[in-house]
Design a protein around this ligand. Structure first.
Ligand SMILES: [Fe+2]
Length: 287
């Protein structure tokens, strides 16, 4: 019977988003009540930071698996050696041409793996090496962003559906060449998802998409779709809905993707190394 980690303390970071957990070591067994506190803090606050963890890649994988079934990163190029469900995010990764890889380097708001039928419900990041400053991860509470929209706009977007691919054809000229090639060769039909999804645990609705993967909103042309989505984000996002997570070593950040979009920051000295581990927990099909 695992011991209760009675030292766990959870505090809100901002009114609309973010909580942090202190006094817990996820290398140790978790009892059900402690897990429930972490889970509920995550669902309620959209982003949860668990401080002061000390993980190898394998230990991070084990800690991530406490929250559900892990799923493979669809990019198999940058895995942590010998740890198949942990991928690495690094500003030193190269693509097949030898250039620094544009993996998430455009720094746009998104949620992960929307081209899949069942995208991850949680994205988890663990900081391994950090630049002196910058390079944070921004997370936006998209359920509050949706709720704050005027009713007429909410009604307009509520029934919209997106067609999702590995990379939008509007990005073929500027995207990572390996991903563009894979998409050009793909025979997979686009994955259709709702633009506004409903959270399975609490019934709240949230705007949800990966702009670079949306080929089009059904019934709207690709370029017009890109403009519409950019305008929607501009309208919906407010500073109070956004938490900028400026990682400290030992931080494990968990994002509830059903209620969030996130963005990597590239505002740091690229002579320095930013290395994060990432794990994904499988979700259901968005509805
Ligand atoms: Fe991401």
């Amino acid at each position: 019977m695992p011991a209760t980690q009675t030292t766990l303390r959870i505090d809100k970071i901002k009114d609309h988003i973010g909580a942090e957990a202190n006094g817990i070591d996820l290398r140790q067994p978790l009892d059900a009540a402690t897990f429930r506190r972490l889970h509920d803090a995550l669902i309620d606050n959209v982003a949860l930071v668990i401080r002061d963890q000390k993980f190898t890649a394998a230990q991070f994988q084990d800690a991530a698996a406490l929250f559900g079934e892990l799923m493979e990163d669809q990019n198999r190029l940058y895995l942590a050696p010998g740890v198949p469900m942990v991928s690495t995010l690094s500003n030193r990764h190269k693509d097949s041409t030898g250039a620094i890889a544009k993996v998430g380097k455009n720094g746009s708001w998104h949620t992960d793996h929307t081209n899949q039928e069942c995208p991850p419900k949680y994205t988890m990041l663990y900081a391994v090496e950090l630049p002196d400053r910058g390079g944070g991860t921004a997370v936006c509470n998209m359920r509050d962003a949706y709720a704050a929209l005027p009713g007429v706009l909410r009604r307009r977007i509520a029934g919209m559906e997106t067609a999702n691919t590995l990379i939008s054809s509007t990005r073929f000229g500027t995207g990572n060449p390996d991903i563009v090639r894979e998409q050009r060769q793909s025979a997979n039909p686009p994955m259709i998802h709702p633009l506004v999804r409903t959270h399975p645990d609490n019934g709240t609705k949230a705007i949800w998409f990966h702009k670079n993967k949306v080929e089009n909103i059904l019934g709207i042309e690709p370029h017009e779709t890109q403009d519409f989505l950019a305008g929607l984000l501009e309208r919906a996002m407010r500073p109070e809905f956004v938490y900028l997570h400026e990682s400290k070593l030992g931080d494990m950040l968990i994002v509830d993707n059903r209620s969030a979009m996130h963005k990597a920051g590239f505002d740091f000295d690229h002579c320095q190394h930013r290395l994060l581990y990432r794990a994904l927990v499988r979700g259901g099909r968005p509805v």
